[in-house]
Design a binder for this molecule. Sequence first.
Ligand code: ADP
Length: 488
Amino acid sequence: MESKNLVIETYAKISDLVMELSSLNNLDQIEKFIHTMISRLIIIEEEYFFTTDEKGNINSKNEISEEIKDLAAWAAKSLKISMFPLDSGKSALILPFSKSQRLLLIYICKTTVEEISNETMLFLNILSFLTATIIENLQLYSEILKTNKIVEKNRDFLNQILNSMISGLAVFDKSYKKIFFNSNFEKFEKAFGDEMLKFIKNELINLEISGEKLTKEYEYKNHFLSIDFLKTNDENYLVIISDITGTKELERLRKLDQMKTEFLSTVSHELRTPLAAIKAYSESIVDSLEILDEETLKDFMLTILNEADHLQNLLDEILDFSRLEMKTLNIKKENFSLNELIEEIYISNKNKAEANGIKIYKVLPKENIIVNLDRTRVKQILSNLIDNAIKYSDKRKDMKFVKITLKSEDDKVLILVEDNGIGISKEHHEKIFEKFYRVDSSLTYEISGTGIGLSVVKELVEIQGGKIWLKSVEGKGTRFYIEFKKGK
Ligand code: ADP
């Protein structure tokens, strides 16, 4: 019965101990707790606490006598609870707290008690074990806090770097969900919207098929992005966005500059050819006027006239181009019949087309279509398109034609200029309207031109509220469409 009571009492003590220990959260509190516990067992005269550092050295907060220091050193080695007789006739209780042979704390107190009972020893063992566990936990906890702080600091540092990058950076997981992004990625998202995200997701699907890395360009409202897609080691995707609008613009300006240089040399060449012909024929006339019969003289004069016309057209085109560039071109709108204008253009181009082995057709509606536009400019637009249709005819074809069609569509009017010439491959469709742009191919290299005709045509159409586009198949032919509003 007595031993049963003892067991109950011991358990009660241990449970009290555990309860009290669990509320401790720093070394000071632990030291106070040890003091309270020991003072319940023996009379304490003096007491000392020793802590250990990372190197295993033992330290105390207070001044300690050599005798006690030796005891602490012994405790650090033995790691055992013991009572030690002192020279003064008193005893010292030595209580080391260790975990897995690692010393965490030493408690030493001077007391008048000479011996301790087995029961007290058992209790001290339990106290030492439980307290050591708590100290170790506290140490681990403080290490975790320290590590967390380091991790946090590193994360802040990394975030700072990522956010100071000019590029947008994001990580997408396997299901293409964005799991991380820097502040610039967010900016790109805001500026380029959902369409860009859709584009990114599609390209990530492509990356899945195509390999480890992919770079794509994305264009939106005259802005250009270069987007890199990479697979990471942990099966996620890294997406890096860079704004390359500036580089693109620089590239464009450089190209424009180069085109201007080419344009100047082309123009000089274009001017020199008719001028040389005019000079040669005029010289022949001057030198041999007496021996030239009337017919030959007329031929020579006609050639001079044609070449002079050619020169004039060329100079007019350059002049219009520069006026459009400087925004000084005047548009004089008037009401006129498109049917009549096309009839006029048809007649004036018939001979030229036939001389080149090309049949020219016109398809006009019965209804007389009146528009309110600049008649001279509309004539210039259509003449230019017909000139090109003749110029870029396909020498390999027996039946060559150029066809002008006028169509009335509700409140709009559509003019088609069609040919079965060499055609234009798809990649050039947009570009041929750019200034100085010429298609460079084995079929075009012998055909002279400046590359400004269609850019002038487009400006002239748009300045009058119209639209121009084309359909063309290389080797088959080309059809230009012009749409204007009907009306007086
Ligand atoms: P160019 O002075 O070179 O004719 P344009 O601006 O009129 O300049 O035309 C630009 C380019 O478009 C031409 O160099 C030519 O390659 C192409 N092009 C224009 N019209 C036609 C056409 N009807 N058929 C085939 N190519 C054409």
